[in-house]
Design a protein around this ligand. Structure first.
Ligand code: MV4
Length: 449
């Protein structure tokens, strides 16, 4: 059992992990850059270590500094949060070489899922339904053209090392293939240092449905249903909900079991998310994330579990504290991501928080590292809070979100809060009728202040 863990992250997710550790009787070590000396995660942790200057590359991404912080504090394990080093297989290897425990999957699993062609090939062999497309990489334009004709246009060309929507190009017809293929390849090369690409049928109006899975690393695994994360702008999620408004209990049980069996088969350890595009009642695997996700609280709300607690248990070699049969959905949850951004451009706006008041009451959770007088540094992500509401059904969760947004006060900086007030007036949002393109289309005709 761990006595002390180090959290290699900042902001709300660092608080999230410190809270779980404290409830388990485990001491926490915060690390921070010189820009974060006054950050809430530093205050809330039992100990803290300054690991470098403000840029992430010199602090939260500095592997030697983080390993050294473990050594000086005696922390036995590292929780990576999300982003930063959370999906860095090389980091996991180094952590283990130093006799420390990484709270997450193995370096091998992270490496497999980090290469999109290998991930898809692995999932396909494990019986997970995938988007129709090339069998592995497509090395030449000639082969790309041949495949385009076989699969049928539109197709999408994706860089195997891609992510966050980079290195991805749609070819609507055969005459667009050359440009799409060459652009995806050169973007893969320049952004990720890997020019290998693959081809898929392009789904025009899917929803983004992701399945939360959890493995014990010893062949045991469960699923915790889906989240609908279709509401996004430029590959940044804005609003997530669970369960998915269009997914039936039968569909959930079926795709959930497929995913749980797949990760059980490879002895996957800890939290994972299997991403699908969902169109016309069918699931198509696209990617797997080998970390705890930003939106995990909506799953926690409806299943009544603490996913970070489970991550720590599994890292300690303990079994998960629930079985698949224990996991029963209760109600509906929605998360609104609050960013320090100016609308309508979503331009990052760091600054000083003159007043912060978190909403409360039944079914309301606010995960945020803000406090009165806090200065948001300009060096990091603009996410400053997550408002998660839970109700007995979707309608009551939506009313609760509206009520909680009304109580939330964040003064001193521009935020994305007005977007949520506007979205809650939209019939498509109220009915759950939206695809991955809904928000960007809506923003074109709804100029926000
Ligand atoms: C697709 C697709 C349509 N068809 N693949 C975008 C990021 C990466 N994770 C996968 N992405 C997509 N892959 C096929 N075969 C459409 C997208 C996509 C998307 C996916 C999920 C959430 C938002 C999106 C926004 C634009 C495009």
């Amino acid at each position: 059992m761990f006595d002390k863990i180090l959290i290699a992250n900042r902001g709300e997710i660092a608080l999230r992990v410190i809270r779980a550790a404290r409830e388990m009787g485990i001491a926490s070590v915060a690390v921070h850059s010189t820009a974060d000396t006054d950050a809430m995660h530093v205050r809330m942790a039992d100990e803290s270590v300054c690991i470098g200057p403000p840029p992430g590359a010199e602090s939260y991404l500095s592997i030697p500094a983080i390993i050294a912080a473990c050594e000086v504090t005696g922390a036995q394990a590292i929780h990576p949060g999300y982003g930063f080093l959370s999906e860095n297989a090389n980091f996991v290897q180094i952590v283990e070489d130093h006799g420390l425990k990484f709270i997450g999957p193995t370096a091998e699993h992270i490496r497999i899922m980090g290469d999109k062609i290998t991930a898809k090939d692995t999932m396909k062999k494990l019986g997970v339904p995938c988007v129709p497309g090339s069998d592995g990489g497509v090395p030449t334009l000639d082969e790309a053209r041949k495949l385009g004709d076989e699969i049928g246009y539109p197709v999408i060309i994706k860089a195997t090392a891609g992510g966050g929507g980079r290195g991805m190009k749609v070819a609507a017809s055969a005459d667009e293939m050359e440009r799409a293929f060459l652009t995806a390849r050169s973007e893969g090369k320049s952004v990720f240092g890997n020019d290998e690409v693959y081809i898929e049928k392009y789904l025009t109006t899917p929803r983004h449905i992701e399945i939360q899975v959890f493995g014990d690393g010893k062949g045991g695994a469960v699923h915790l249903g889906e989240r609908d994360c279709s509401l996004q702008r430029r590959h940044q999620k804005v609003f997530e909900e669970a369960p998915g408004p269009c997914i039936t209990a039968e569909e959930r049980a079926r795709i959930g079991k497929t995913c749980a069996d797949a990760i059980a088969n490879i002895n996957y350890a800890g939290a994972g998310t299997i991403e699908f595009l969902y169109e016309d009642g069918e699931f198509f695997f696209i990617e797997m994330n080998t970390r705890l996700q930003v939106e995990h609280p909506v799953t926690e709300a409806i299943y009544g579990v603490d996913l970070v607690h489970e991550q720590i248990r599994v890292a300690e070699g303990l079994p998960m504290s629930f079985t698949q049969d224990d996991l029963v959905i209760n109600g509906h949850a929605i998360e609104a991501r609050i960013n320090a951004e100016k609308l309508p451009e979503f331009a990052p706006r760091p600054g000083t928080i003159s007043q912060f008041h978190a909403p409360g009451g039944l079914g309301v959770r606010m995960d945020s590292a803000l406090y009165d007088g806090y200065k948001i540094p300009p060096h990091y992500d603009s996410l400053i809070g997550k408002l998660i509401v839970h109700g007995r059904d979707r309608e009551s969760a939506l009313s609760r979100l509206n009520r909680a947004l009304g109580e939330l006060i964040i003064d001193g900086v521009d935020t994305t809060i007005p977007l949520f007030h506007a979205l809650l007036q939209e019939p498509d949002i109220l009915s759950g009728n939206y695809s991955i393109h809904w928000l960007e289309t809506w923003l074109e005709s709804n100029p926000l202040e």
